[in-house]
Design a protein around this ligand. Structure first.
Ligand code: ADP
Length: 360
């Protein structure tokens, strides 16, 4: 049995950049594609991001660079699939309802490097110990880090993003020029910079492209600012780690909407950031009981039930400077068709508040 990416690989022409990890795949894949497009490459954006790779193969030629988001489900069933550049962003618990153990989940994802040879490049997150442990032997290895200096890959030098090759450093851009919020997005940018540089895009073009990247819908997307309260749609925060990253992206006074369909997650890890950053947790969906038990005592809790009610309560409770954040740490299927549907409902509700407030 093959997954669809294996079949597509048999027909693929040109180069292949594959990107996997627990979180940040879509953002990073879309950003790499945006950088390559800005550089004038003939490039295809496909895979788990939405468009099956197989549907793109007849648009490819020897010059094409395909940028493909890869899920653990897709990587579980490959055989010869071999990216020229394989990127591994991070590894945190997810999909344990399907893979059962972290080992099985990690092993599925690590298959991205399995068929790579000395001619290929592996790009990994040096700050994430579970990812470092998966570093492959055969391909050339490149790293990205926001915490330490890197000899091959991308990292920070003071407030600058730089790329290093054989210890030679090259300025790419200032961190302040990155338009996406949060330290996790800085990691995504560093990963994308490394991959784009390996694909031979020059630093000035990378800088121009990153500066003009508007992010991806439902990923810490600013839905509206109403009377000084900012409403963020992070419906794609379908696991606990993504919610941790979302909470981390703001200084404090967050009213966070949590809940949905549980994927076997441990919500107790939210206790500390909730205590430090949040002023109210609004619980929705099927996982509300479990979440309430696991976060009780760390923050004020309201059992809102639905996202409609949660937005209503939040709009009354929030004052200027606060952040209302939909970052549910759960899948959406108990109350919505998918996370996009959940995000659209949230944005429509916020749009209603905006019209009601007379703000434009
Ligand atoms: P994926 O495709 O892996 O699900 P996305 O780019 O769609 O990743 O982002 C999913 C969620 O994870 C969003 O809530 C987003 O804010 C958060 N996120 C994005 N990048 C990272 C990262 N590098 N580490 C942790 N969380 C991230």
């Amino acid at each position: 049995m093959w997954s669809e990416i294996e079949l597509a690989y048999r027909f693929l022409e040109g180069e292949l950049i594959g990107i996997t990890g627990s979180n940040g795949k879509t953002t990073t894949t879309t950003l790499v594609h945006h950088i390559l497009s800005t550089a004038g490459y003939h490039t295809v954006l496909a895979g788990n991001v939405g468009t099956p790779l197989i549907s793109c193969v007849d648009q490819m030629n020897a010059e094409t660079v395909s940028v493909v988001e890869l899920s653990s489900f897709q990587l579980e069933w490959i055989e010869k699939f071999r990216p020229d550049i394989g990127v591994f962003l991070n590894l945190t618990p997810d999909h344990l309802d399907r893979h059962k153990t972290m080992e099985a989940y990690a092993a599925a994802k690590a298959r991205i490097f399995e068929k790579q040879t000395e001619l290929d490049a592996a790009v990994l997150n040096a700050d994430d110990a579970p990812t470092v442990a998966l570093a492959p032997k055969k391909p050339q290895t490149f790293w990205f880090s926001r915490k330490r200096r890197i000899l091959q890959g991308a990292c920070l030098r003071g407030e600058d993003v730089i790329v290093a090759h054989d210890g030679k450093e090259e300025f790419v851009m200032r961190c302040a020029e990155i338009p996406l919020p949060g330290a996790h997005n800085l990691e995504n940018v560093l990963a994308a910079v490394t991959a784009a540089r390996l694909a031979e895009v020059d630093s000035a073009t990378i800088r121009k492209a990153v500066k003009s990247f508007s992010g991806v819908e439902h990923r810490l997307e600013l839905a509206a600012e109403i009377r000084g309260v900012r409403y963020y749609n992070d419906s794609k925060a379908t696991n606990v780690d993504a919610t941790l990253k979302a909470l981390d992206a703001f200084p404090g006074r967050i009213l966070v909407i949590l809940g949905g369909k549980d994927k076997g997650s441990d919500f107790t890890v939210l206790r500390k950031p909730l205590r430090e950053k949040a002023i109210l947790a609004l619980l929705i969906g099927a996982a509300a009981d479990k979440i309430e038990q696991q976060i009780e005592g760390s923050v004020a809790i309201e059992r809102a039930g639905t996202v409609e009610r949660a937005v209503e309560i939040a709009s009354h409770a929030a004052r200027a400077g606060d952040v209302v954040l939909l970052a549910p740490a759960c899948a959406s299927f108990d109350q919505f068709e998918n996370f996009e549907h959940r995000g659209r409902v949230f944005k429509a509700l916020v749009g209603g508040l905006e019209r009601g407030s007379g703000a434009t």
